[in-house]
Design a protein around this ligand. Sequence first.
Ligand code: PLP
Length: 453
Amino acid sequence: DTAALKRLSGAHHWHPFTDHQELAALGGPRIITHADGVWLTDSTGARILDAMAGLWCVNVGYGRRELADAAYQQLTDLSFYHGFFKTTTEPTVRLAAKLAELTPPGLSRAFFANSGSEANDTIVRMARHYWALKGKPEKRVFIGREHGYHGTTMAATSLNGMKVMHEQGGLPLPGFAHVMAPYPFEAQGQMSAEAFGRLAARAVEEKILAIGPENVAAFIGEPVQGAGGVIIPPDSYWPEINRICREHDILLIADEVICGFGRLGHWFGSQRYGIRPDFMTLAKGITSGYVPLSAVMVGDRVAETLIHEGGEFYHGFTYSGHPVACAVALANLEVIEREGLVDRARTEIGPYLREKLEEVLDGHPIVGEIRAEGMIGAIEIVKDRRTRERFAGGGKVGLMARDHCFNNNLIMRGIRDSLVFAPALSMTKEEADEAARLARLALDLTAKDLGVL
Ligand code: PLP
């Protein structure tokens, strides 16, 4: 029963990214028992509208029978085999070929791992190995961005631009640098978004020149920064990054863990922004979160060198290319294609959700901006809509709004002073209406707490 599970959880389960004192004060975790479409059910029978697709991953929605069937069939036929002994399995090969077909030209090979973090760690090793093979072993530094999120392993945390994560564990590792994010809202209206995008790109070039291009291995960025607060770059940003990386001979990594598989209304964020990456990191939406799987798409330039000049690359995970995960991924991609979910996110449900939020939040005293791209977006919470002045207290109001959402059976996420959303691409218009209505309620309650309403 619920009380017993909460007691066991309190005694034995260490939650990811959780303050356990706060969790205990709440009386323990909410226990989720079922899910269908965008709806979760908890152990008390309450239904919760999940406007975060779990953790930005359940792109096709919960409860898809064909994904479960694909897993069952594969578990029955061949529950496990691997690629270490010059062996492979059919779903692994088919998925690699499918990813090569879907991703932009020039990314022909997939290396599989289990999580976005592992995939990014893999890229760090591959990129350094590549430069060593090219006779430039000193090209070792990775440049990431403030508010960037790339995972929780040692190298991925080092790529992150989050100070709180660096403070725990003595990170970043040597050889990781960071630059500003293309976050025009922070310019407080003092320059146009496009000018801000150019400024943020210039900061990348200045950092490369300060470190010395001969020392820089790669630049990493999420097409739209997700966990850092859904930071949508101005269109001026990525073309400049392409140019800078090309001119200074720096590898470009597009971390598409959130943006991939239709989230931005394109198969990949790189297509939305015209990014020309040497590596692409994929996870989350690759299986819609039904089972763990990630992939590194390796650009031909790097792949040719590593394969033809590198001999054995001493890297791989027991579950690299797990057949069950790959079978589920193939079934998931079939659903996305058959239902046209990528176009739906761009032309139909994405714009609808955004317009609904704009409608219900029109003139709301604490809403400074609503921004969205496809099926991901953010609502910026401010004290003064005109000047965009923030509330005092250093970025805590997003969490207040998140709690009001949660208490009213809507899941959105609080990041600093914003409330962010990334629902399943299969969300219906009625569900978008309901999400907007509940978001309004949560923001009204937040405004009351802050003494504004
Ligand atoms: N990269 C991005 C852009 C992410 O958003 C995440 C997770 O949220 C990761 C990497 C890490 O993925 P994982 O949690 O599967 O290790």
